[in-house]
Design a protein around this ligand. Structure first.
Ligand code: ACO
Length: 324
């Protein structure tokens, strides 16, 4: 039986910072409304870089940290809801950019759960014993997905990318997981409908911006996701008190407050960085993980236990517990 471990982490965000005050110049909003309801104070917005450009920077950083070349990689899994194109995949673009010519590469779409779903998938590839090294990246340019005339969503999101190098290990690191979807509630968070538009169909092409029923998503997060996280901990070999950190999707600081209470852990164990980046969907957890490592909170020496949990469009939600 082969085991997988996260050996490197990295993140990259576009240089341009857009504050809540900047947004108040172009739409009917204000810093007080945004920060009191969400915690968000600014976000990074890409001027020219695409989702694959951001992901490529993360891939280069991961390889530099590990001292490896692209040729040593077996796979690249890229979680995104804002791909450069449907075909080729954004992962294939990254593969070409870093010369990972032996790797297979594909995108995975699970919205804000994308990184957790991708990491779980990658762990199975390594556990199969057939693959030794791969990149798992969450990368988004949500600035192209939001309707900039809709203040109720435009203020929430940002662009960025984060990722990990996953490698074989002699010890078991992935302790528990729970992956979930509920397509029957898909309408509360949607983006990118493509209707039928052939001369033989009865539908118009219906491309759309991101739409969200904020209240429904808020309730989903604090009810279903908190319950699922608690259950995953209960079914795992560890106790909640054994967790050093819980890295949850960075949508809203109030959601994190309520989740900490419901799960029964100290809020100090739930780091947050949506203040600086907004909600970066599939990129939010790996960006947070990378920052925690930079700040020395997480050491990547196998001595700590962390929980990662993503939740969002689909609906989807997923939790992983691992030693790191
Ligand atoms: N600036 C100023 N006023 C605003 C803005 C804005 N940017 N957006 C909405 N408003 C107004 C509304 O028009 C409304 O005004 P009205 O009462 O006169 O009609 C008022 O503020 C209240 O609007 P609500 O939508 O009821 O505000 P609410 O308190 O529910 O907060 C929010 C909205 C922050 C989106 C909240 O529902 C939330 O956090 N939801 C969680 C969803 C989330 O974070 N999603 C992120 C993506 S999904 C994911 O990642 C899981």
């Amino acid at each position: 039986m082969a085991f997988a471990k996260i050996s490197q982490v990295a993140h990259y965000v576009p240089e341009q910072v857009v504050t809540n005050h900047d947004l108040a110049q172009i739409m009917d909003t204000n810093d007080e409304w945004i920060s009191s309801r969400t915690g968000i104070r600014q976000r990074h917005i890409s001027r020219t870089e695409s989702t694959s450009d951001l992901a490529t920077e993360v891939a280069k950083k991961l390889m530099a940290k590990a001292g490896i070349t692209g040729e040593e990689l077996d796979f690249i899994i890229l979680a995104t809801i804002t791909p450069d194109s449907m075909m080729p995949s954004t992962a294939a673009r990254v593969q070409a950019n870093i010369g990972a010519n032996k790797a297979f590469a594909f995108d995975l779409t699970a919205a804000c759960s994308g990184f957790v779903f991708a990491l779980s998938t990658a762990e199975k590839f390594i556990a199969s014993g057939r693959f030794q090294k791969g990149l798992v990246i969450g990368s988004e340019t949500l600035s192209k997905a939001v309707d900039w005339s809709d203040r109720s969503t435009a203020v929430l999101f940002g662009d960025g990318a984060g990722g990990v190098l996953l490698e074989t290990s002699e010890q078991e690191h992935f302790l528990a997981e729970s992956l979930n979807s509920d397509g029957s509630r898909s309408e509360c968070l949607t983006y990118g409908h493509s209707g039928l538009h052939s001369p033989f169909s009865d539908q118009e092409n219906a491309d759309s911006f991101l739409k969200m029923d904020g209240r429904a998503v808020f309730d989903f997060a604090i009810r279903d996701v908190a319950k699922s996280i608690k259950q995953t901990i209960d079914e795992s070999p560890i106790e909640a008190t054994d967790l050093d950190y819980l890295l949850l999707h960075q949508a809203n600081d109030r959601i994190l407050d309520k989740m900490a209470r419901k799960i029964g852990v100290d809020r100090a164990k739930l780091p947050a960085n949506m203040m600086e980046y907004g909600n970066t969907s599939a990129a939010s957890i790996p960006i947070l993980l990378s920052e925690c490592v930079e700040q020395g909170l997480i050491r990547l020496d196998g001595s700590q236990t962390v929980l990662l949990s993503g939740f969002g469009g689909g609906l989807t939600w997923g939790t992983l517990i691992l030693t790191i």
